[in-house]
Design a binder for this molecule. Structure first.
Ligand code: ASP
Ligand code: MG
Length: 421
C-alpha cells in the first residue's frame, strides 16, 4: 500500500500544526503504508514572499521570483521532516527538482512533463517517509527551478501519486472535503461524500478553489483516486472518483451537485463592430495572438446602424494586455470602442443530473430573479450552466441558487483554518 498525502498551507501554518500533521503521517506509516508527503508553504508565506518581491522590485525577473517562491515549500518540507524524525520515524525532505519533477521552462506557470522519481523510490525502499516540496520542479531545457502556478501543490501530489503507482492521493485542507458551495459563503453547504472527476473539473474550472484545476485533469487522465479531507478532523472527506460517462450521477437524488463562483474574471466589451463576415475572427485573433484565454462570449444582435457589440470574459490580470492589443488593432478591425469591467463575477451550477432533467435552467434563472440578480452573460456545457453577474451580487446569487436546488443542510459547515489552503 502506497499513499501520497498533500498538506495545504493552513494545515502547516505554525510549529504546532506541523507537529500535529507529523503525527498523522507517522500513524499512516505505522498502519503499513509507504508514505510520500507533498507540502505547501506555511500559511500565507507565498503571498508574503510575493509582497516582499514587489517591495524590492516593481517587475522582478520571473526566474528570480521562482527561486524566491520555491523557498516557501522548502521551509515547510524541512520543518515537517524534523518533526517526523522527533517522533522516532525517519523522514527525508526533497525539493521538487530532487524529487524528479521535470517541467517546461515557463516560470510561474510551468507544466509537468515528466517525473523521474528515482530518489523517492530508493528512500521509500529504505523505509523512509518522503517529504516533497510542492508546486515546483526543474525545467528540462534551462535546468532552472520553476513553479507550477498558484495552488499547484495539489497537482504535484497527483502527479507523484501517478508516477509512483500510489493507491490513493489524499489532499488535506482546512474543510471536511468538497462542499455543495463554498462554506465560507454558504454556511448551510453540505459536504459531498463522492463526486465524479467530470463534475469536479467543472467546479474547479468555475472557481471552486478546493482543488487545483490541473490536479483534477491529471487525476482523470491518469486514473488516480483522490480523497479531499481535513487535517483538523478524522472525517473521511470526499472521494473524487474517476467515472465513465455511462455511469449515473454521483448523487442520485440531487438535480445538481454544487454551486461554484469566481471573482477572478473581467468582462471586455467591443462596441460598434461592423456587422460583417470575419469581424469576430479578427477580434479573437488579436486576443489569441496576445496569448489570452477567454471564457464566455456574447454577441448582441445587430442594431439599426448595422453594428454589433461583442463581450467576452477573461482573467482580470490579462485586461491591460487585452485592451492594448485591441486598441492597437482598432483601425484595422474598424470597431468604435473597447471597455473593460472588472466588477463582475461568475456563478455556475454543476451536476450530471442536469443531463436528464429538464427545467434546471428555468429554476436557476428564477432563483436569480427572485434574489434581484441581473444576468449579464450565459454559458452552458452538458453538465454545467454559468452566468456572469455584478461582482456585488455573487454571494447573494450563490446562496439563492443553493437554496433553490434544495442543497441547504440543517447544520452549519465547519471551516477549521479559514484561509482555504
Ligand atoms: N504555496 C503555493 C500557493 O500558495 C502553492 C500551493 O499552496 O499549492 O499558491
Ligand atoms: Mg489549494
Amino acid at each position: 500500500m502506497r499513499v501520497v498525502q498533500k498538506f495545504g498551507g493552513s494545515s502547516v501554518a505554525d510549529a504546532a500544526s506541523i507537529r500535529r500533521v507529523a503525527r498523522r503521517i507517522v500513524d499512516t506509516q505505522a498502519a503499513g503504508a509507504g508514505v510520500v508527503v507533498v507540502v505547501s508553504a506555511m500559511g500565507d508565506t507565498t503571498d508574503d514572499l510575493l509582497d516582499l518581491a514587489k517591495q524590492v522590485s516593481p517587475n522582478p525577473p520571473p526566474r528570480e521570483l521562482d527561486m524566491l517562491l520555491t523557498a516557501g515549500e522548502r521551509m515547510s518540507a524541512a520543518l515537517l521532516a524534523m518533526a517526523i524524525n522527533d517522533l522516532g520515524a525517519k523522514a527525508r525532505s526533497f525539493t521538487g527538482s530532487q524529487a524528479g519533477v521535470i517541467t517546461t521552462s515557463a516560470h510561474g506557470d510551468a507544466r509537468i512533463i515528466d517525473i523521474t522519481p528515482g530518489r523517492i523510490e530508493s528512500a521509500l525502499n529504505k523505509g523512509d517517509i518522503v517529504i516533497v516540496a510542492g508546486f515546483q520542479g526543474v525545467s528540462q531545457d534551462t535546468k532552472d527551478v520553476t513553479t507550477l502556478g498558484r495552488g499547484a501543490s495539489d497537482t504535484t501530489a497527483v502527479a507523484l501519486a501517478s508516477a509512483l503507482g500510489a493507491d490513493l492521493c489524499e489532499i488535506y485542507t482546512d474543510v471536511d472535503g468538497v462542499f455543495t458551495a463554498d462554506p465560507r459563503i454558504v454556511p448551510a453547504a453540505r459536504q459531498i461524500p463522492e463526486i465524479s472527476t467530470d463534475e469536479m473539473l467543472e467546479l474547479a474550472a468555475n472557481g471552486a478553489k478546493i482543488l487545483h484545476l490541473r490536479c483534477v485533469e491529471y487525476a482523470r487522465r491518469e486514473n488516480v483516486p483522490v480523497r479531499v479531507r481535513s487535517s483538523f478532523s478524522d472525517k473521511p472527506g470526499t472521494l473524487v472518483k474517476v467515472t465513465t460517462n455511462e455511469e449515473g450521477p454521483s448523487m442520485e437524488a440531487a438535480l445538481i451537485t454544487g454551486v461554484a463562483h469566481d471573482r477572478s474574471e473581467a468582462k471586455i466589451t467591443v462596441a460598434g463592430v461592423p456587422d460583417k463576415i470575419g469581424e469576430a475572427a479578427r477580434i479573437f485573433g488579436v486576443i489569441a495572438e496576445a496569448d489570452i484565454n477567454i471564457d464566455m462570449i456574447v454577441q448582441n444582435v445587430s442594431v439599426a446602424d448595422a453594428t454589433t457589440a461583442i463581450s467576452f470574459t477573461l482573467p482580470q490580470d490579462d485586461v491591460p494586455k487585452a485592451l492594448a492589443a485591441l486598441e492597437a488593432a482598432r483601425e484595422e478591425i474598424g470597431f468604435a470602442d473597447v471597455t473593460a469591467d472588472e466588477t463582475v463575477g461568475k456563478v455556475a451550477i454543476v451536476g450530471v443530473g442536469m443531463r436528464t432533467n429538464p427545467g434546471v435552467t428555468a429554476k436557476f434563472f428564477e432563483a436569480l430573479a427572485k434574489a434581484g440578480v441581473n444576468i449579464q452573460m450565459i454559458s452552458t456545457s452538458e453538465i454545467r450552466l454559468s452566468v456572469v453577474v455584478d461582482a456585488d451580487d455573487v454571494d447573494k446569487a450563490v446562496r439563492a441558487t443553493h437554496t433553490a436546488f434544495g442543497l441547504d443542510s440543517d447544520t452549519d459547515a465547519v471551516v477549521y483554518g479559514g484561509t482555504g489552503r
